[in-house]
Design a protein. Structure first.
Length: 148
């Protein structure tokens, strides 16, 4: 068994993909998707489903590593912003060399803050610097650095 990808359904897949490329060094994995067929409607349970998007290779795992799949459906349902304590998928995390610099980059690229940068000693695991931020569409991203 092997982990494949995580999906983000976006209001604007191109804008969100550009954010993850610029903020975290994700790399597009061609081809861009433009899918709409009876099989997609059957699999998603959405009559007439049509989507566009891209897979982005996540950094640090080589050319066959997992991807972040960012799709926009022609009929995307809006929802409330997710909170860190909401049941279900909560966030995606990136290990970064400098949490303060990554935080600043996220904000400069259209993201927003959720909480404060925290430096803490986790018993049995060591020092951790981390913070939650939001991407431009409100999805939560954890920025973390383990060690001094």
């Amino acid at each position: 068994m092997r982990y494949g990808h995580t999906n983000l359904t976006a209001r604007d897949w191109r804008r969100l993909a550009d954010f993850y490329i610029a903020a975290f060094g994700c790399e597009p994995v061609p081809p861009e998707r433009d899918l709409g067929a009876e099989w997609l409607a059957r699999a998603t349970g959405i009559p007439g489903a049509h989507l566009r998007g891209v897979h982005l290779r996540l950094p640090g795992h080589g050319p066959n590593g997992p991807t972040l799949e960012i799709f926009t459906y022609d009929t995307t349902t809006a929802g409330a912003l997710p909170g860190p304590d909401r049941a279900g998928f909560g966030h995606i995390a990136f290990q970064v060399p400098d949490v303060h610099a990554a935080h600043a980059a996220v904000l400069a690229l259209g993201g927003s803050a959720v909480g404060e940068i925290v430096e803490v000693e986790i018993p049995g695991a060591g020092p951790l610097t981390w913070v939650y931020v939001r991407d431009p569409e409100g999805n939560i991203v954890e920025l973390q650095k383990w060690g001094a």
